[in-house]
Design a protein around this ligand. Structure first.
Ligand code: F6P
Length: 354
């Protein structure tokens, strides 16, 4: 057992539905189960760079936040205390201010910290742990691409949002006999595109893990035409790697525009592009995400109580387990092109442009 009396909670990186559910669960478990005090650290680690920004999380403060999207603590994808960018004499310089951050945590009376975040935030947590800070991590990303955990909260909500969007686009695509390109998030991996594409009845899904050609996509569209299906839904993960032929005609970000342009050019069909963007990160977490986030939050507090520092909670075989942060970070969980989910999609006629 550890001798903790006060913990800090920080959320870092891009937000995801369910962050508030973790904050609430960890705060409640810390106060109700262990009688600890809880400090909310705003905007990643900024609340430890400027400790006056940090504030106590009471039961009242976390009341009513379970269904809310975003994070009441705020977040940032900058603010790494080991590589802190600041301006000195009109020039941008990078400094290691981790000692200051650690000293400020001690000044606030914080004995241990829960870092809720993706790979980048967990890496910062690991480096702080290596400097003696008592850290436990909670993984987060709507992309669901962390290999240490089978699922991250936020993913289920995101695929609900995307599926709903595909359903809505389906009817307008069918009515106008158009091809619709729907670009979804997934910087490195195609999980959102694949899951929501299957759930939404997409006809073609493009993901970073499967090389594709415009020719193959246009063939899928032509085959549908022959069957009297005069519309096609193409779901595109933002992280796809453009084939050489398309690199020249790329309009840059968002990549969905390039795919739309190319299909329009080679298929003789009217094409529209819809980039879903950050609506995928917003909204109220789904019941599944609320439950997973609550389990993660409570498990993180239990790990701190056990003195299991330097660990991250994870979901494996339906159970919450603890993994070493050091082993958890830096490994992407990519879609297996020969895996069951892709072959299931192929079996129901979904093309991958290959
Ligand atoms: O990693 C999660 C993610 O949503 C990616 O899918 C996306 O590329 C990125 O974050 C967007 O980040 P930002 O909010 O900084 O634009």
């Amino acid at each position: 057992m550890s001798d903790i009396r006060c913990i800090g909670i920080a959320t870092g990186g891009g937000d995801a539905p369910g962050l508030n559910a973790v904050i609430r669960a960890a705060t409640k478990a810390a106060i109700l189960k262990y009688k600890w005090k809880v400090i909310g650290i705003p905007d990643g680690f900024d609340g430890l760079i400027w400790p006056e920004k940090s504030f106590e999380l009471t039961l009242d403060k976390v009341s009513g936040i379970l269904p809310r999207g975003g994070t009441i603590l705020g977040t940032t994808n900058r603010g790494n205390p080991f590589k802190y960018k600041t301006e000195e004499n009109g020039k941008e310089v990078t400094r290691d201010i981790s000692d200051q951050v650690i000293a400020n945590a001690a000044k606030l009376g914080i004995d241990a910290i829960i870092t809720i975040g993706g790979d980048g935030s967990q890496k910062i947590g690991l480096e702080l742990f290596q400097k003696g800070v008592k850290i436990v991590g909670v993984p987060k990303t709507i992309d669901n691409d962390l290999s240490a955990t089978e699922l991250t909260f936020g993913f289920d909500t995101a695929i609900h949002t995307v599926t709903d969007a595909i359903d809505k686009i389906h009817t307008t695509a069918a009515s106008h006999h158009r091809v619709f390109v729907i670009e979804v998030m997934g910087r490195d991996c195609g999980w959102i595109a694949l899951a929501a594409g299957i759930a939404g009845g997409a006809h073609v899904i493009l993901i970073p893990e499967i090389p594709f050609s415009i020719k193959a996509i246009c063939e899928s569209i032509a085959e549908r035409e022959k069957l009297g299906k005069h519309f096609t839904i193409v779901v595109v993960a933002e992280g796809i790697k453009l084939p050489q032929e398309l690199k020249q005609m790329s309009r840059g970000w968002p990549v969905g525009n390039t795919i739309g342009d190319a299909i329009g050019l080679f298929s003789n069909k009217e094409v529209r592009v819809s980039v879903l963007g950050h609506i995928q990160r917003g909204g109220s977490p789904s019941p599944y995400d609320r439950v997973l986030a609550t389990r993660f939050g409570v498990a993180a507090v239990d790990l701190l109580a056990e003195g299991a520092f330097g660990k991250m909670v994870a979901l494996r075989a339906a159970s919450i387990v603890a993994v070493d942060i050091a082993r958890a970070i830096g490994h992407l969980k990519t879609v297996d092109p020969d895996g069951e989910l892709v072959s299931t999609a192929r079996a129901v006629g979904i093309g991958f442009g290959d």
